[in-house]
Write a protein that binds this ligand. Sequence first.
Ligand SMILES: NC(=O)c1ccc[n+]([C@@H]2O[C@H](COP(=O)([O-])OP(=O)(O)OC[C@H]3O[C@@H](n4cnc5c(N)ncnc54)[C@H](OP(=O)(O)O)[C@@H]3O)[C@@H](O)[C@H]2O)c1
Length: 270
Amino acid sequence: MKILIIGGGNMGLTFARSFLKAHIVTTEKMLILEKSLKKAEELKKLNIGTVYGEPGPYIKEADLIILAVKPQDTSSLFAVLKPFIDHQQVVLSIMAGVKIQTIADQLGTDKIIRAMPNLPAQIGVGMTVFTSSETVTRIELVTVQNLLNSTGKSIYNEEENMIDAATAISGSGPAYIFYFMQSLIEAAKEMGFTQAESELLTYQTFRGAIDLFNKFDYSCEEWISKVSSKGGTTEAAFVKLNEQNVTKQFKIAIRQALIRAQELSILATN
Ligand SMILES: NC(=O)c1ccc[n+]([C@@H]2O[C@H](COP(=O)([O-])OP(=O)(O)OC[C@H]3O[C@@H](n4cnc5c(N)ncnc54)[C@H](OP(=O)(O)O)[C@@H]3O)[C@@H](O)[C@H]2O)c1
């Protein structure tokens, strides 16, 4: 299988590296189209495949075309890409907000998979949600899922609107976690720990909690009650969290991310 990645930025490069590391594809079968001259030169030095600066007939050689440019660059890209697209090729888009129908209309093809990865994909622990148009076969879906899984884990959902929901949960998710970590660091500093100590206390606590969660079969709720004892310190903190309705506020914030993802989807369509 020959793979063409269009856009050799953060995500395009992450994908190329992950596929090669997982031995799903060799450098001979990897094509990269990057319009930035500077980035293209840097990519060439990495020996991750053949790097092109302009679309050309080589595009027809690809079995899978991955669209990894910024959403605002889609119209100009689609215009130059369309003459080289074949109906047998599968197009995988990771561009935020760009709908399957938009890609189908502008590229004149209909085998389209849309995926929403997240930043930890860069180190192989990403979370991707993906969906597809009806003409993508089961075998093509499994092939693409194997590729996506080289960047972490993935789930398929046949409802395209769940891509917006995934954007709000796992796409923006790492930032919510960092926000919470930042709050813990600030609290630790206010109690007298140094910056370095506060960071260590927070990072190691997060790591320990996640490792525990992964190791045993308890829900978050069960873990909370394991840490909390009647009349103890954790319970005292949770009384305050509940008084301030933090869960509700957090859900409101995440719903706002969903609303914004839906708005951006509409903007990218127009
Ligand atoms: N980064 C994330 O965590 C993340 C997560 C989920 C989804 N995504 C999606 O992934 C896509 C890529 O994001 P990114 O962070 O990797 O962006 P990026 O680092 O800006 O990479 C995009 C690259 O594509 C190049 N490009 C633009 N138009 C092109 C064209 N016509 N032909 C070839 N190359 C072209 C850009 O060159 P110039 O710099 O010269 O414009 C740039 O090097 C976006 O649509 C984003 O929504 C990103």
